[in-house]
Design a protein around this ligand. Structure first.
Ligand SMILES: Cc1cc2nc3c(=O)[nH]c(=O)nc-3n(C[C@H](O)[C@H](O)[C@H](O)COP(=O)(O)OP(=O)(O)OC[C@H]3O[C@@H](n4cnc5c(N)ncnc54)[C@H](O)[C@@H]3O)c2cc1C
Length: 250
């Protein structure tokens, strides 16, 4: 375990089971299975004809994370955990030590990058920093990207690398609970050229506001947007497939 930033912990997962693991597209996700307190390793459900077999009180904690990078030579997978406070995955990462056991499943996700897209408008909060890193590294040199990241303070800012022409703007949260307000304001002020691809991932309600602005306010085609709720305030284990395409008023 090492720190990418004071609140962003990098964990390298290795094991023979990662033979053949591949990251097919940027911004994909994996499921991370973590042991319960007192367990050495997560108890993984067995799928038998009679259903899933693991007692309810022994089920591992399962959360969604980004496969940040994978080295097939050493079968090492990097996962970056934001230390956001109370939450079993965040707390596990804060304590993680070499030799600790976890399980991963995946990767999954439905994102496929259009290499012909010339302009990108990308926004995310701390939980999306790993995914933004995968996206920027995958952009072609012909692309340009405006990137807006909302974090608590300057300590959360990290370096990115990309073949594309990128302009990164860091926003510091205006109040501790103003999740996504800076990203929302950045979206409202954005100059969006025709054909721009928009990618946004942050708190789910904030994402819906930004999505609504681009669709209803700017009349951008829905096909040009990927908007993702990566977590929801007050909710444990927010689903991994919240694209905000259900109800614009939420
Ligand atoms: C596709 C996808 C990829 C993701 N990739 C990453 C990644 O690479 N790294 C990463 O750190 N996260 C990532 N996330 C977000 C991560 O899954 C959630 O933050 C998750 O809730 C963390 O689990 P937990 O056990 O720490 O907290 P939970 O038990 O799920 O939640 C406990 C409490 O913490 C709050 N909370 C959860 N997340 C945050 C947050 N980010 N900031 C503030 N409060 C929060 C919840 O609202 C809840 O009140 C991703 C999410 C998705 C959908």
């Amino acid at each position: 375990m090492s720190r990418v930033a004071p609140r962003l912990v990098s964990v390298w997962v290795t094991g023979d089971a990662l033979e053949g693991f591949t990251i097919e597209a940027p911004t994909g996700h994996i499921k991370v299975f973590l042991p319960l307190p007192g367990q050495d390793a997560p108890l993984l459900p067995e799928f038998l004809p009679e259903g899933q077999v693991v007692a309810d009180d022994e089920r591992p904690v399962v959360r969604t994370y980004t496969p940040r990078r994978f080295d097939p030579r050493t079968r090492a997978l990097e996962v970056q955990f934001l230390l956001h406070g109370a939450g079993p995955a965040s707390e596990w990462a804060e304590r993680a030590q070499a030799g600790d056991k976890l399980a991963v499943a995946g990767p999954g996700g439905r994102f496929s990058m259009d290499p012909a897209a010339e302009h990108w408008w990308i926004a995310g909060d701390e939980s999306a920093i790993p995914a933004v890193g995968t996206l920027l590294e995958a952009l072609p040199g012909s692309a340009s990207a405006q990137v807006h990241l909302e974090v608590a303070d300057v300590g959360d800012e990290i370096e990115f690398s990309s073949p594309a022409k990128t302009e990164i703007t860091w926003h510091h949260r205006r109040a501790a609970d103003a999740w996504g307000a800076e990203l929302d304001e950045a979206a409202r002020g954005a100059a969006i050229a025709n054909g721009t691809r928009v990618w946004v991932a942050c708190e789910a309600a904030a994402m819906r506001g930004i999505r609504k602005h681009f669709l209803a306010g700017r009349r951008l085609p829905a096909s040009s947007l990927v908007t993702r709720g990566y977590w929801r305030l007050g909710e444990v284990n927010h689903p991994d497939h919240d694209y905000g395409d259900d109800d614009l008023s939420r």
